[in-house]
Design a binder for this molecule. Structure first.
Ligand code: KMH
Ligand code: ZN
Length: 273
């Protein structure tokens, strides 16, 4: 079994400081949270930027600031969001790709997202895939519903993404796929052999799905974007605290944790300086 890749999803576009006082918002806070997660065992950071008032932004310059701050501290794989917030326009969402990150997210379908709709037409999906291919950016396919796997395979047939594909099953978003163990198994059974996958369990789904992924040979995403609690009714103290728990569980279950260099080798990505 490959070593375990832990992704820390530090901020997201939906959670606010009122819900989680330790939510990192400014580039300085995000970089410092990223470094703590690196020291704790994360090898990828999934980043959403915020503006100075705390609102989600897809500004290339804010992402650049965050990326440079993180790079000055450690060799974490920087994975910006191209999903942004549900109200961001496609061109805004694409801005972090101009920074040529090693990886970026690519959502391959539309779904309900809480009270909103996260809209990704075929044209939008292909636009992002084409941009990433041209720039040599490894896509992480965000799967909120089962059909999004088929859409990714269609992209692969068209030559817009390369094998092996790396999937992230985001399970438990209200309005999209639930986050039961059976849902995860259903997704894992639907992807081609040789693919890699991670799971981001939303809210109370985070811990059981992470534990199950460790056992199944998948990878794990945790962090405030997905879940702000450590236990029922108890807020987590930091993103790093959530990473540290995954590391402890992995060790207990006999699965070693990947460094960023090892994660690059597992995912087939080249380091960009
Ligand atoms: N904030 C969601 C609407 C991604 O980062 O690529 C989309 C999202 C996916 O979080
Ligand atoms: Zn995200």
């Amino acid at each position: 079994m490959d070593k375990l890749i832990i992704t820390a999803a530090l901020t997201g576009a939906e959670v606010m400081k009122e819900q989680q006082p330790a939510l990192p918002i400014s580039p300085e806070e995000i970089a410092s949270a990223a470094y703590e997660c690196f020291l704790s065992g994360a090898s990828i950071v999934h980043i959403h930027a915020r503006d100075s008032s705390g609102r989600p932004t897809q500004s290339r310059e804010v992402y650049r600031d965050i990326m440079e701050r993180i790079r000055s501290k450690c060799d974490l794989i920087f994975q910006p969001s191209t999903g942004g917030a549900v109200w961001h326009k496609v061109e805004e969402r694409a801005q972090p790709l101009d920074l040529d990150p090693e990886m970026a997210t690519l959502s391959t379908g539309t779904c309900n997202f809480g009270h909103d709709v996260f809209f990704n037409s075929e044209e939008t999906i292909e636009y992002f895939a084409h941009k990433m291919k041209k720039r040599g950016i490894k896509p992480e396919i965000e799967v909120f519903e089962r059909g999004m796997i088929e859409n990714a395979l269609r992209l692969q047939k068209k030559g817009l993404i390369e094998s092996p594909i790396h999937f992230d099953f985001v399970l438990g978003v209200p309005g999209a796929s639930p986050g039961n163990i059976e849902d995860l198994i259903h997704m894992v059974n639907a992807i081609p052999a040789g693919s890699t996958w991670t799971v981001a369990g939303i809210g109370r789904n985070e811990l059981p799905l992470a534990t199950f992924a460790i056992l199944l040979g998948g990878h794990v995403r945790v962090g405030f974007e997905d879940n702000v609690y450590y236990a029922k009714g108890e807020l987590a103290l930091s993103n790093a605290q959530l990473v540290q728990r995954v590391v402890r569980i992995a060790r207990e279950l006999g699965r070693e944790v990947a460094t960023p260099s090892e994660a690059r080798a597992i995912l087939g990505i080249r380091r960009k300086d």
